[in-house]
Ligand binder design. Structure first.
Ligand code: ATP
Length: 206
């Protein structure tokens, strides 16, 4: 395994924004949200199992997963939701670990919104938290997703709270300031962390 930096933070905290800054430095990233889509892509065995279980109406005409329909189905039934989670969670975890193992760079940034909630910190050599105040989080996520404040609040309530998340952090990037005021400082901090991670990665015996 390469040296693994788990990057996490609440909804709308700026994980993707920070991950992009690491990518600009050539750091490979594995994003849990991307893997979650890959495991159910068209033609995948998991998508076939989902279609067997829920019926073919769960597929679009093009054979892709019809996400709004699936969301609706599991929203209506806790049993169906558990069935789906039991199918997907182990598969996503397996796929992420496989992809991590294939990385040959000194270190990899593993972007996982629910890193702490799903007990994935045990696979990380280090945890980097993007920290923002709940007010900023709510404002940015609501604007980005064009969602109702209540919807974002519910998602925030289902995630670990800010203080708990910070107790898992080895490093913290504070992302409260608007990007137009703070981008150069964020880039500097990412560059410093990059040097630290390159150094630390040499200490991991493989
Ligand atoms: P999620 O887990 O919900 O996908 P995330 O943690 O990856 O979110 P981003 O998508 O990076 O968060 O950021 C959320 C929104 O806030 C985006 O629209 C992004 O452009 C914006 N944003 C991020 N950081 C800042 C900032 N410092 N100033 C202003 N806007 C920001």
């Amino acid at each position: 395994m390469p040296y693994i930096i788990g990057l996490t933070g609440g909804i709308g905290s700026g994980k993707s924004t920070i991950a992009d800054l690491f990518s600009e430095l050539g750091v490979p990233t594995i994003d849990a949200d991307v893997v979650a889509r890959q495991v159910v892509e068209k033609g995948s065995p998991l998508l076939a199992q989902i279609a067997d279980h829920f019926g073919s109406s769960i597929l679009t005409d093009g054979g892709e997963l019809n996400r709004p329909t699936l969301r609706e189905r599991i929203f209506q039934s806790e049993t169906e939701k558990n069935w789906l989670n039991n199918l997907l969670h182990p598969a996503i975890r397996r796929e992420m670990l496989q992809q991590l193992a294939q990385i040959s760079a000194p270190y990899v940034l593993w972007v996982v919104p629910l890193l702490i909630e799903n007990q994935l910190t045990e696979f990380c050599d280090r945890v980097l938290v993007v920290d923002v105040s709940p007010e900023v989080q709510l404002a940015r996520a609501t604007r980005r997703d064009q969602s109702k404040i209540e919807v974002i609040k519910n998602i925030m309530a289902a995630q670990v709270d800010r203080q708990t998340r910070l107790t898992f952090a080895d490093d913290v990037i504070e992302n409260n300031l608007p990007l137009n005021e703070n981008l150069s400082q964020l880039k500097q901090q990412v560059a410093m962390l990059h040097q630290r991670y390159l150094h630390l990665s040499q200490t991991k015996g493989n």
